[in-house]
Design a protein around this ligand. Structure first.
Ligand SMILES: Nc1ncnc2c1ncn2[C@@H]1O[C@H](COP(=O)(O)OP(=O)(O)OP(=O)(O)O)[C@@H](O)[C@H]1O
Length: 254
């Protein structure tokens, strides 16, 4: 007997998106499995932020379907969004409030009662390694700590899928490594599915699932090992270069 199919944490199926006459995404399809880390890798302008804006319903879907744990974001938006946490590229913290005050403020906007919000705030702050900074003013945190606070905030409503758009941009090597380690721990220990949008190759490890996006097209998807095998390249850097250059040549000749 076949094993029952597992509902993906995120399903993106046949998504295309245009800004006026500019096509930003073309027939993009992939899944993120529950409790997995999937890297969405693409150079600047590949379409990563557009895709995240569609998944979070900032933009309406023009073509295709997106669902979160089986809930279609157009047909059942509140069921889908309830399961989704997001860290957007620009920072959106109140610098003059403390770490905990930022969380309580966000929880209030989400309708979480004050006492419950404080409990959850303590839980997510501990999970992301900021317990010693709970009363610090956000202005006094490092860039990496601010990012971790944004991740903590995205976890307040206990989502099962987390989207992060270039979460380590502008941070030093150590802060980047810390954030990645914390996010990978959320996958391993909390079973959260993660979609990690990045243009940085060194953030990807051999065991990750990967979606390679280039000028709005998916060039490859699967495990890093599988992609290396398919392309025959000795390392991922060369595999990526080979794929994108071939796509650019095809684009120029069509
Ligand atoms: N509001 C907009 N109006 C017109 N074109 C846009 C708009 N936003 C993005 N684009 C274009 O859509 C394409 C995809 O951009 P998008 O920002 O999604 O890529 P990205 O992979 O997130 O890159 P980056 O990391 O630089 O943000 C690019 O060609 C970009 O110029």
């Amino acid at each position: 007997m076949d094993a029952p199919a597992i509902t993906p944490a995120l399903s993106v199926a046949g998504i295309s998106h245009c800004y006026g006459r500019r096509q930003a995404l073309s027939d993009v399809s992939f899944n993120v499995a529950p409790a997995s880390f999937t890297a969405l890798l693409g150079l600047n302008g590949a379409g990563k932020s557009t895709l995240i804006a569609l998944i979070t319903r900032l933009f309406g879907i023009q073509t295709g379907r997106i669902s979160v744990f089986g809930h279609d974001i157009s047909d059942a938006p509140s069921d889908a969004l309830r399961l989704l946490g997001v860290v957007f590229q620009p920072r959106t913290l109140d610098l003059d409030l403390s770490v905990m005050q930022n969380l309580l403020y966000h929880a209030a906007l989400q309708g979480i009662a004050r006492r419950e919000a404080r409990l959850r705030g303590e839980e997510v702050i501990a999970r992301i390694g900021l317990a010693d900074r709970v009363n610090s003013r956000v202005r006094d945190l490092s860039g990496g700590q601010m990012r971790r606070l944004e991740i903590a905030r995205a976890l307040l409503h206990r989502p099962r899928l987390l989207l992060l758009d270039e979460a380590t941009v502008g941070l030093d090597v150590q802060a980047r490594a810390d954030i990645l380690a914390h996010v990978r721990m959320l996958v391993a220990e909390q079973g959260i599915g993660v979609l990690w949008a990045t243009h940085l190759f060194d953030e990807i490890t051999a065991s990750d699932d990967l979606v390679v996006l280039h000028h709005g097209h998916v060039l490859a998807r699967g495990s890093v090992t599988q992609i290396l095998k398919e392309t025959g390249a000795p390392n991922f850097d060369m595999a990526f270069r080979g794929m994108t250059e071939a796509a650019d040549r095809r684009g120029r000749s069509s």
